[in-house]
Design a protein around this ligand. Structure first.
Ligand SMILES: [Zn+2]
Length: 193
C-alpha cells in the first residue's frame, strides 16, 4: 500500500497534520482545562488517519518520535506567536535539515504520481519532512501570521487562521466567548466597586 500524500496536496496535509500533532501530543491545557492523559498511540492514529496507509504502518515504537516532533513544532508556533519569525524559521530549518524530502514518482493503477518520499521510507522521517515543509511554505510565502496559538486563558491549542484579514486570536468560538464573558464580568465587578 502506498502513501496517499501526493506532492500536489501534501502542503495542506503538512500544515493540517502539524497543527493536529501539536494539539494532540504537545498540549497540556485546552479550552480552559487541563488535558486528560490519553494514549498517545490512539491520538496519533487519529491524526494520521488523513493518510490511511500511515495508520497501517504505525507502530508503538514510533510514538516517542512523533511526540518529540510535536514538541518541536509547538516551539515553532510559540516563536511565531511572539512575533519571532527568525526564531521560527531556524527551528523549521533544523527539522528540514534532519529529514529532507525526496520527491519520487510511483506508478499506481497505471498512473504516475509524484510522492513526497519513496514509498518504503520510514514513517517518522516522512512525516517530519511533510510537516516541516508545510510550515516552511507558510513562513516562506509570507503567511507566518496565519499560524496561531489560542489567546484564551488555559488554552494552548494552535490553529490555522483562514480568516479574511488574518486576525484570529482564538482556537474556537468557545474560547472566544469564554474570554468575552470573563471580560464582561470584570467590567461589571469594577463598576460595582
Ligand atoms: Zn482555545
Amino acid at each position: 500500500m502506498t502513501s496517499q500524500i501526493y506532492l500536489d496536496s501534501y502542503i495542506d496535509a503538512g500544515v493540517l497534520v502539524s497543527i493536529e500533532l501539536v494539539n494532540e501530543l504537545a498540549t497540556s491545557h485546552a479550552y480552559g482545562r487541563t488535558v486528560l492523559a490519553e494514549s498517545p498511540m490512539t491520538l496519533l492514529a487519529q491524526v494520521l488517519a488523513v493518510d490511511p496507509p500511515s495508520v497501517v504502518r504505525l507502530r508503538r515504537r514510533n510514538v516517542s518520535g512523533f511526540v518529540h516532533l510535536a514538541v518541536r513544532m509547538r516551539q515553532v508556533f510559540d516563536e511565531l506567536h511572539r512575533g519571532e519569525i527568525d526564531g521560527a524559521a531556524q527551528l523549521v530549518n533544523a527539522l528540514l535539515a534532519e529529514h529532507p524530502a525526496h520527491p519520487y514518482l510511483a506508478k499506481e493503477d497505471g498512473i504516475w504520481r509524484l510522492h513526497h518520499h519513496p514509498v518504503d521510507v520510514s514513517l517518522l522521517p516522512m512525516w517530519v519532512a511533510i510537516c516541516a515543509e508545510g510550515l516552511a511554505r507558510m513562513i516562506g510565502n509570507g503567511n507566518a501570521n496565519r499560524l496561531g496559538v489560542c489567546d484564551a486563558f488555559e488554552c494552548e491549542r494552535v490553529f490555522f487562521d483562514g480568516s479574511k484579514n488574518g486576525t484570529r486570536r482564538f482556537c474556537c468560538t468557545a474560547c472566544q466567548s469564554r474570554v468575552k464573558t470573563a471580560a464582561f464580568r470584570l467590567r461589571r465587578e469594577r463598576r460595582k466597586s
